[in-house]
Design a protein around this ligand. Structure first.
Ligand SMILES: NC(=O)c1ccc[n+]([C@@H]2O[C@H](COP(=O)([O-])OP(=O)(O)OC[C@H]3O[C@@H](n4cnc5c(N)ncnc54)[C@H](OP(=O)(O)O)[C@@H]3O)[C@@H](O)[C@H]2O)c1
Length: 280
């Protein structure tokens, strides 16, 4: 029985591939760019581009379970191809934003919501993992920190409960190898609510020097973020952080209850990834 992992170059995809392969499962890794993909020996790498349905059949041949990165383009065609190929179970890397207000009209949330809906309308058994912000999002600060520049934030006191991508991978593997999660929708967070300022203090400890924070206006942040993402996405993220400015983020106990152990902390993620902030 083959398990197909999409988004295979991603942090969660890579970790899921490694875990399933070490557990002895037959794993196929699908990426938009398989030539750039590194996988363990014995893992087949294939091309899967969600807006190119001609890539679906070969990727899905002999597959019974899929770990899916959300991509609305081509999702209806992918669902049909998965049903035709005999796929039984899809574990989706969705987002906690799907449970937020007005998710349909929010560009960030609607991305995952469209995929959840297409899967829910299918004959496939589906498990929806809805993580909160990844701890690895703080890599967005790596350039400034590496250059000893202050980190500029419009909402430095916004609260987030960042989740370690390896915890998402552990829960995904539980969903793919056991039956405790099958058919369920679960929200996943890290173990503690931390403001951006508090996350930067933890990173500062990990890199061994102070990281100054500069408070900028929303308009300035929109302009900076607009260089890396569409304006409506930047607006949606800023709305999220503005709303998160007023008190601690909800912390889910899903890692404890699903895996029987505490979630990895942001401090652990910062220690493991400190080199990305110092260039060492
Ligand atoms: N980041 C968050 O806070 C967060 C929170 C909740 C949900 N999510 C969901 O989780 C998914 C992945 O999140 P992410 O992008 O932050 O992390 P990620 O796990 O690192 O995923 C990176 C994605 O980008 C693609 N990619 C393209 N070029 C790449 C490259 N050079 N190196 C690595 N990956 C490359 C990968 O797919 P290919 O190999 O096919 O190109 C993969 O799908 C998103 O779809 C998002 O909806 C994210």
């Amino acid at each position: 029985m083959t398990v197909l992992i999409t988004g295979a170059r991603g942090k969660v995809g890579q970790a899921v591939i490694a875990r399933l392969h070490s557990a002895g499962l037959t794993v196929r890794a699908a990426s938009a760019d398989p030539a750039e993909l590194t996988v363990p020996d014995g893992v087949e790498a294939v091309e899967l581009v969600l807006d190119r349905p001609e890539t679906f059949e070969a990727a899905l041949r002999g597959v019974r379970q899929v770990f899916l990165y959300p991509q609305p383009a081509g999702i209806h065609e992918l669902v049909k191809a998965a049903e035709a190929a005999g796929v039984e179970h899809v574990v989706l890397l969705s987002s906690s934003s799907v449970g937020g207000p007005d998710a349909e009209n929010d560009p960030l949330a609607s991305h995952s919501l469209k995929v959840e809906r297409a899967l829910a309308d299918s004959a496939l058994t589906c498990t929806f993992l809805r993580p909160d912000a990844f701890a690895s999002n703080s890599l967005g600060w790596a350039w400034s920190i590496g250059q000893a520049q202050p980190v500029q934030l419009a909402y430095p006191d916004a609260h987030i409960a960042p989740i370690h991508p390896e915890d998402i991978a552990d829960i995904a593997v539980e969903a793919l190898t056991g039956d405790s999660l099958t058919g369920r929708t679960v929200t996943l967070t890290g173990p503690a609510s931390l403001t951006f300022r508090e996350q930067l203090a933890v990173l500062s400890e990990a890199v061994g020097r102070e990281i100054p924070v500069v408070h900028i206006t929303r308009a300035e942040a929109e302009q900076q973020m607009g260089a890396h993402m569409p304006a409506h996405m930047a607006g949606s993220l800023l709305d999220l952080w503005e709303a998160a400015n007023h008190g601690p983020a909800a912390v889910a106990d899903t890692t404890d209850t699903l895996l029987g152990r505490p979630a990895r902390t942001f401090r652990q993620w910062a220690r493991e990834n400190s080199a990305a902030f110092t260039g060492h």
